[in-house]
Design a protein around this ligand. Structure first.
Ligand code: M6R
Length: 361
């Protein structure tokens, strides 16, 4: 049933290209425009405020959407973890829409958040992987992730499909608003080509080699900027939940406000430094961590030779549109965490104290 793989998690990471293909079926028109027929009834051209609610990995996918949507649309995206959202006052206006993201569709706090929004008179778009799950029944409409079943407790292919759907949702609103341009078309084109791109990353042996150098550390700090702040948080979550290494994720600019005090040769740093508009800023953050004698793993864009001079290990990924790096980096953080857990002798499919579906508050 594991299809020749040692664990479900590894199998599910290898299923990413196929999962993306399924998520895209019927959702891309000719000329690379997104079409989400499920949402035709919604007045998305008028939306001014988007509330996003989710937990864990799904929350990190939502964070990627916030950066993406706010860059191209005249909207405010407010995001919160469900266990906080549901206890705060909820303000719904005519032009507010809520997006609730839950792979399982059964997460208690996310469900209660949906109920609170509905009670306040709001409309909810759910993003879920499980047909007929509670969230799909209680929301106004569901965008199905179509990732296929995920057995491993750690989210892998479902995180990727959440990103795919959230990018498409953002792009769909951009189109509805009449803001569509060539750059958006290029993003969709790269999304359509992403199964092939990600397949290349998933089969990159270097990720396991680098993981081998770090399996015995007790701490790890993940840093990124902009849209990859979400990647840093997700990378740290993945590592801690299956390898039990104490990992923290930070927006890199926050380092000097406290966390840099932790760094020393025993506290390595995992840095996301794609060739994007924040590249130089990330580079200086990496240099700051090097000055503390921390070991550095950099995930960088192919062809960036300079980064080798400051990082101890480099994992290269192909060049992409800067907003798509969270998608490109997803299998890197998953495989890195997977190999470390496996090399430490843990079963990544069944991390201690965790359940696939968190149905308690
Ligand atoms: O099923 P959900 O998307 O609502 O689950 C939310 C979180 O419990 C989940 O994403 C969790 O953080 C992951 N299993 C971590 O890998």
């Amino acid at each position: 049933e594991k299809g020749g793989f040692k664990h479900f998690m590894l199998k599910e990471i290898h299923e990413i290209p196929e999962a993306i293909e399924s998520a895209l079926v019927g959702r891309i028109d000719s000329n690379y425009t997104p079409s989400l027929h499920e949402l035709d009834e919604f007045n998305l051209e008028r939306v001014k405020r988007i509330l996003l609610v989710a937990c864990g990995t799904s929350y990190h996918a939502g964070l990627v959407f916030k950066y993406f949507a706010e860059k191209y649309l005249d909207v405010d995206v407010l995001i919160d973890v469900a266990s906080e959202f549901r206890y705060r006052p909820i303000r719904i206006t005519e032009d507010t829409i809520t997006i609730a993201i839950s792979q399982s569709g059964e997460t208690a706090d996310t469900l209660e958040s949906v109920r609170a929004v509905k009670k306040a008179g709001g409309k909810v778009i759910a993003i879920s992987n499980v047909v007929g799950s509670t969230i799909t029944r209680e929301s106004d409409v569901t965008l199905y992730m179509n990732a296929g079943p995920e057995i491993g407790v750690a989210a892998s292919k479902t995180y990727v499909n959440q990103l795919i759907l959230l990018y498409l949702l953002g792009l769909y609103i951009i189109k509805k608003r009449g803001l569509w341009n060539q750059e958006h078309r290029e993003i969709v084109k790269q999304i359509v080509e992403s199964p092939k791109t990600l397949k290349g990353i998933i089969t990159n042996k270097e990720i396991e080699n680098v993981a081998d150098n770090y399996k015995n550390y007790h701490h790890f700090m993940y840093i990124g900027r902009g849209i990859n702040t979400a990647t840093a948080l997700e990378g740290a979550l993945k590592l801690k939940e299956i390898s039990y290494i104490n990992a923290v994720g930070y927006p890199a600019g926050e380092l000097k406000h406290g966390p840099i005090a932790l760094l020393d040769p025993k506290f390595p740093v995992f840095a996301f430094v794609p060739k994007d508009s924040l590249y130089e800023k990330m580079r200086s953050n990496i240099e700051e961590t090097r000055a503390r004698n921390a070991r550095i793993v950099a995930v960088a864009t192919q062809g960036d030779e300079e980064i080798k001079k400051i990082a101890h290990d480099v994992i290269y990924v192909p060049e992409a549109h800067e907003d798509l790096y969270p998608l490109i980096f997803a299998p890197v953080i998953q495989l890195f965490a997977y190999h470390i857990a496996d090399k430490r002798g843990y079963d990544p499919d069944k991390p201690r104290n965790l359940a696939k579906s968190v149905t308690v508050e």
